[in-house]
Design a binder for this molecule. Structure first.
Ligand code: NAD
Ligand code: TDX
Length: 331
């Protein structure tokens, strides 16, 4: 199989490419990525010289570049997105351009080239917040942030292309990923690296908001399962079954690093902050997929990775990230 991975220089996409090349010796992967602030070729340093891998620097909204990259492709997996909720609150335009318009450009090209599978990587955030119980794939979309609204817009286009043109699409909606190579704007890598640098950990609002956490390679295995065995036109929730509130996450990180709770700094809440995400993953599990890591194993592996890979995150934190953080916190 020859797979076009878009957004493969980001967190989940790079972990996915590594998994595919390891697991399938006869597969080829083309990685198309714009290299925004979140795209980082350091994430793929260990596989960049693999002859089954190639890289194209392009925007998924660029129809010409996408059309060229789609030639001879059997399956497309679209990870490319603006992915950070806080940045979407600061300015939604890029989110709409990439997550909605970019998705449309990919769908058009996939249709023209008659690709065998188009997999859209979406998120549990499209369902919105849920006080009790868990969302199934049949639930209505009620996104809260410009980010989740743009992801929902992308999902709607994917569903329309399946219904209208018969494009062989599948959507995955995963919960919060954590693990190696995550840009340090997200809570896990931000709090681990801040603690290692002796900086405060900015906890939003009450700290009681709940997310379901999945170790990144478990999500990648889920995507691989869906790619090979998922039902065309289907939607699959992929979650870890590890619901924890943010204060608990913060405590676990500090404990793993042997740091004290006084490193926590309470800061004003995120606007429109969803209180709880929870998804029912029985559809994905019925395909034979199940997460391989317990939450505790995932936390240990994640903390160890950032402790042992300062080369990776120190470069980021002294670059674009420093400006972003100053704008958020004035320091
Ligand atoms: P990320 O921000 O780490 O990476 C996004 C990648 O997409 C980067 O390499 C970036 O350069 C690239 N990109 C952005 N705009 C582009 C464009 N216009 N054209 C080409 N490339 C572009 O994101 P991530 O955390 O790896 O998330 C990957 C996907 O998974 C996203 O679609 C996101 O919505 C979804 N998702 C993420 C999580 C999570 O917890 N991180 C959970 C559920 C779903
Ligand atoms: O500094 C922080 N302090 C804090 O309390 C940050 C960055 C986050 N938080 C809270 C907000 C959330 O309740 O931690 C929780 C997780 O925040 P993020 O890491 O920003 O993730 P979230 O907003 O839940 O979204 C993530 O998971 C779903 C990804 O960024 C999305 O791309 C994905 O769709």
């Amino acid at each position: 199989m020859k797979i076009l991975v878009t957004g493969g220089a980001g967190f989940i996409g790079s972990n996915f490419i590594r998994l595919i090349l390891e697991k399938y010796p006869d597969y080829e992967v083309v990685n198309l990525d714009k290299l925004t602030y979140a795209g980082n070729l350091d994430n793929l340093k260990d596989i960049e010289s693999d002859e089954r891998y190639s890289f194209v620097k392009a925007d998924i909204g660029d129809a010409g570049a996408v059309d060229k990259a789609m030639s001879g492709i059997d399956a497309v997996i679209n990870f490319a997105a603006e992915s950070h909720v806080d940045r979407s609150i600061g300015g939604p335009a890029d989110f709409i351009m990439t997550d909605v318009f970019g998705t449309y450009v990919l769908l058009e090209a996939a249709r023209r080239h008659e690709v065998g599978r188009y997999i859209q990587i979406s998120t549990d955030e499209v369902y919105g917040s849920i006080a009790e119980g868990s969302f199934t794939e049949a639930d209505r979309l009620e996104p809260s942030s410009p980010y989740s609204a743009s992801k929902a817009g992308g999902d709607m286009q994917v569903m329309a292309y399946h219904t209208t043109y018969g494009l062989p699409t599948i959507i995955t909606r995963s919960s919060n990923n954590f693990g190696p190579y995550q840009y340090p704007e997200k809570i896990f890598p931000l709090f681990i690296t801040n603690a290692l640098e002796g900086k405060k950990l900015p906890l939003y609002g009450s700290g009681k908001n709940v997310r379901d956490w999945i170790y990144v390679t478990d999500n990648c295995e889920g995507i691989d399962t869906v790619l090979h065995r998922g039902e065309i036109g289907g939607i699959y929730n992929i979650g870890g079954g590890n619901e924890r509130d943010n204060l608990t996450i913060t405590g676990l990180i500090l404990e793993a690093l042997g740091k004290r709770e006084d490193m926590i700094e309470r800061v004003p809440d995120r606007l429109g902050h969803d209180f709880r995400y929870s998804i029912d993953c029985s559809r994905a599990r019925a395909l034979g997929w199940t997460p391989a890591h317990t939450f505790e194993e995932g936390v240990r592996a994640t903390v160890d990775w950032y402790v042992n890979n300062r080369w990776w995150w120190e470069k980021i934190k002294s670059g674009e990230f420093a400006r972003y953080y100053r704008e958020q916190y004035g320091k």
